[in-house]
Design a protein around this ligand. Structure first.
Ligand SMILES: [Zn+2]
Ligand SMILES: [Zn+2]
Ligand SMILES: [Zn+2]
Length: 144
């Protein structure tokens, strides 16, 4: 676990007037270790010492601080992961049948294709993009 990650998360929490409590640290460590978007039930299974109400509240605070990203899914279970600038740029494959969420890292070639498409949108609209999120919603291989 790199100390740099904790230093950055602590700074972001300070920015929104929050402290880096031991519970928040435990959540960040869990998300860093699993390297996979987790739902709150996933978190409760992986760390039996955390209480549901505090997990919900602490993830909301970490999301507000910009340390955690909430993946928007089609089911009731939101998924959480470390913010992309703390890990690496990637996309999501969201299954609307089982609610599963998989990370997908695109090839540099595919990212260049996306960048070209974004330039087209930017030229047409005058909107200045800073980064992008591209999540696919559909049916996963297991459910197909
Ligand atoms: Zn599925
Ligand atoms: Zn992800
Ligand atoms: Zn991308």
């Amino acid at each position: 676990m790199p100390d740099e990650l904790h230093t950055t998360v602590a700074e972001r929490l300070r920015g929104v007037g929050q402290r880096y409590t031991s519970q928040r640290r435990a959540l960040v460590e869990l998300l860093a270790e699993t390297r996979h978007p987790l739902s709150i039930p996933d978190v409760l299974v992986l760390d039996g010492e955390l209480a549901q109400s505090s997990v919900y509240r602490n993830l909301a605070v970490l999301t507000q601080a910009g340390a955690v990203h909430r993946v928007v899914t089609t089911d009731d279970f939101a998924r959480y992961e470390l913010a992309e600038d703390l890990t690496h740029h990637h996309h999501h494959l969201i299954c609307s049948a089982c609610g599963g969420v998989e990370d997908y890292t695109a090839s540099p070639q595919l990212e260049r294709t996306v960048a070209r498409a974004i330039t087209e949108v930017s030229t047409a609209t005058g909107f200045t993009p800073e980064h992008h999120r591209l999540d696919l919603i559909g049916i996963c291989a297991a459910c197909a």
